[in-house]
Design a protein around this ligand. Structure first.
Ligand code: IMP
Ligand code: MG
Length: 188
């Protein structure tokens, strides 16, 4: 059952790739799976700002085990649709992750360069374990050897927005994952 969704942003959306209902269902499954896998462990759920914020808060509420949350803000150099893999940390996490089981919540794994950088950095701080949970995975675009440990949906090589994903800071609040029309970024 699809709800009617009205927004001026819809004029820029070519197609809905993953509906709000599909996202909700899959996030519930991921939360249940992670809760089972990490039962009895000291878990830190790590949000990569800003893109992961929507997925992170849904996933956290789908998890039933005790955990703490931490936040890291990064920006990657590159144009608005492609990362260069060079990452700047705007805000680091607040607490030590040494000896803890860290789960990184991310919006999307694309080239993989951002998460590859982040996992290298976090491993150097000696967590008990480190895993990546992505809402979306675009494996066709991978430029390094990394795969998400948990993944919501594998999607084709299209530029998507919504559920935290943006184009120039916009569209993050769309409740579904949609493909952006080229007209929304051409002729600017
Ligand atoms: P990666 O380092 O190439 O894996 O890129 C990761 C980051 O690029 C993500 O956290 C997003 O911010 C951004 N990104 C990659 N693909 C998309 C997309 O289709 N839409 C919006 N942002 C994207
Ligand atoms: Mg991002």
């Amino acid at each position: 059952m699809n709800k009617t969704y009205e927004s001026p942003m819809m004029k820029d959306i070519a197609e809905v790739l993953v509906s709000e209902e599909q996202v909700a269902q899959r996030v519930k499954e991921l939360g249940a799976q992670i809760s089972k896998d990490y039962e009895g462990k000291e878990v830190v759920l790590l949000c990569v700002l800003k893109g992961a914020v929507v997925f992170f808060s849904d996933l956290a509420r789908a998890m039933t085990i005790p955990m703490t949350m931490d936040f890291m803000s990064i920006s990657s150099y590159g144009d608005s649709q492609k990362t260069s893999g060079i990452v700047r940390i705007n805000k680091d996490i607040d607490s030590s992750i040494t000896g803890k089981h860290v789960i990184i919540a991310e919006d999307i794994m694309d080239s993989g360069l951002t998460l590859s950088y982040m996992t290298r950095l976090l491993y150097s701080r000696n967590p008990a374990s480190l895993r990546v949970c992505c809402l979306l995975d675009k494996p066709e675009r991978r430029e390094c050897e990394i795969t998400p440990d948990y993944c919501g949906f594998t999607i084709p090589n299209k530029f998507v927005v919504g559920c935290g994903l943006d184009y120039k800071g916009y569209y993050r609040n769309l409740p579904f994952v949609g493909v952006l029309k080229p007209s929304a970024y051409e002729n600017e």
